[in-house]
Every structure is written in structure tokens, then in C-alpha cells.
Design a protein around this ligand. Structure first.
Ligand code: 13P
Length: 252
């Protein structure tokens, strides 16, 4: 049985005070949610304050990105995976479509970041997903296969245990057009087949595959009925503690 993961990505929203206020509001609202793991990803500047406020709770903290470089050095503007670990992160998001689209990140970079994160003891939420044009051109599966294989290049079976995949179709992010539970299931099952080819059916079976893209309190339960949907990576609806808590408590 895979334990679901419900993760919130705050993107470039919230100053420190607002981040802390949201985290403090969220903590009691999800305190009894034992059915899933909960992670939130505040902006870098809020990580330490949020992690401090969530210490001892069932809510983990993630960075939204990390450097490809795993060692300290002259890399202006970069944040190393060990620095995320140092301020209390357990996870890091890698390869988000906004990083790929607007900051030209490649699968090779996502792979370097993944390796740097694992080396520094973080779990990785590796994001994959096709654009609308790619889906309409019937290339969704080959694109996602390339992102999964490219992102995980060189990872051992042991490493795979610390990987979560987030399938976030670009056409569903921030658009209100969520994938149907059937569309999500189809791609999640495909991702698991790709993992099974590369590793083994048993190892692939243990990997959590999250869905992301316009997840809201009113569509999470439908998505979670699908066999290969093991949780969600939530953007906009994670910014409000009550709304995010409703998503976490989808089974209530
Ligand atoms: P929305 O939930 O706002 O569509 O964002 C999804 C996302 O990009 C999470 O990483």
C-alpha cells in the first residue's frame, strides 16, 4: 500500500509573516490526517521560519528548487540542497514546468538537481508533464517518458525509494482545467510502467505518483479514487490553510 502524499507549492507567493501565519493556521487543521503525508513548499525566504513553526508536526517542508551543484562554491544566486536540509526541509521539488518553461531547465539539470538532493538527504518531488501542443500532437507519453528517464538517470534502486513523481500536465496548471481522473490515471499508469521497465515492477509499485494541475477541494476525491493516483501537488489552492486542509482531508 502506497501512502498518499498531499503537497502544496506556494510558488512565488507570501512574505515571511504571511507564510508563518498560514503554516500556524494549517497545523491544527491537518493534525489528525494520518492517511497521508503532508508537505508544503514555501518560497526560499520563508523556509526557515515555516520549518521552525512546523517542527514536531506531521507537515514536512520542501524547497521549490535547488542548485545542480552539490558542493559549496562560487554559484551566485544558487541554493544548495544541503542548505535546504539545514533550514529544516525534508523534500525538494525538482523540474517544475515553470522552471522548464521560463528558466529553460532541461532534463539533464533536473537530473543533476535530483542527484544533489539525494546526496544531501532530501527526498525529491520530480515534476513531469506535457504541454497542450504535445498532447494534441499525441506526444504526451514520449515527452513524459523522456522527462522520467532523463530526470532519474543514474539513480539506483535505493535512490528510487526517495523519489516522488508529480505528473503536472502544463495545460492544467493554473488554468482551472484539471485533468479528468481517467486522464490522470492513464498517465500515472504509464509512468509506473516506465519505472517498472527501468527498475522492477516491485520497485515501481512503491513509488508515489502525484497529480498536479488545478487540484481543488471539489475534485481531489475523484482523482484519489484512481488506482495509480497517490496524492496531489497543489498550487493555488494550497495558499489558503483552510482550502488546503480540505484537500488534505479529502477522505473526511
Ligand atoms: P495549480 O494547482 O495552481 O494549478 O498549480 C499546480 C502546480 O503547478 C503545483 O506545482
Amino acid at each position: 500500500m502506497r501512502k498518499p502524499v498531499i503537497a502544496g507549492n506556494w510558488k512565488m507567493y507570501k512574505l515571511v509573516a504571511e507564510s508563518v501565519a498560514t503554516a500556524i493556521a494549517l497545523r491544527p487543521l491537518v493534525a489528525n490526517a494520518n492517511h497521508c503525508e503532508i508537505v508544503i513548499a514555501p518560497p526560499f525566504t520563508s523556509l526557515k521560519a515555516v520549518a521552525d513553526r512546523l517542527e514536531g508536526s506531521n507537515v514536512g517542508v520542501a524547497g521549490q528548487d535547488c542548485s545542480t551543484e552539490s558542493k559549496h562554491g562560487a554559484h551566485t544566486g544558487e541554493v544548495g540542497a544541503d542548505m535546504l536540509k539545514d533550514v529544516g526541509c525534508s523534500h525538494v521539488i525538482v523540474g517544475h514546468s515553470e522552471r522548464r518553461q521560463y528558466y529553460f531547465e532541461s532534463d539533464a539539470m533536473a537530473n543533476q538537481k535530483t542527484l544533489a538532493a539525494l546526496e544531501n538527504g532530501l527526498s525529491v518531488i520530480l515534476c513531469v508533464g506535457e504541454t497542450l501542443a504535445q498532447r494534441e500532437g499525441r506526444n504526451a507519453e514520449s515527452v513524459v517518458r523522456g522527462q522520467v528517464e532523463g530526470g532519474l538517470r543514474g539513480l539506483t534502486s535505493t535512490d528510487l525509494a526517495r523519489i516522488i513523481i508529480a505528473y503536472e500536465p502544463v495545460w492544467a496548471i493554473g488554468t482551472g482545467h484539471t485533468a479528468s481522473p481517467e486522464q490522470a490515471q492513464e498517465m500515472h499508469a504509464f509512468i509506473r510502467r516506465v519505472l517498472a521497465e527501468r527498475y522492477s515492477a516491485e520497485l515501481a509499485d512503491a513509488v508515489r505518483v502525484l497529480y498536479g494541475g488545478s487540484v481543488k477541494p471539489d475534485n481531489i476525491a475523484g482523482l484519489m479514487t484512481k488506482e495509480d493516483v497517490d496524492g496531489a501537488l497543489v498550487g493555488g489552492a494550497s495558499l489558503d490553510a483552510e482550502t488546503f486542509a480540505q484537500i488534505v482531508n479529502y477522505n473526511a
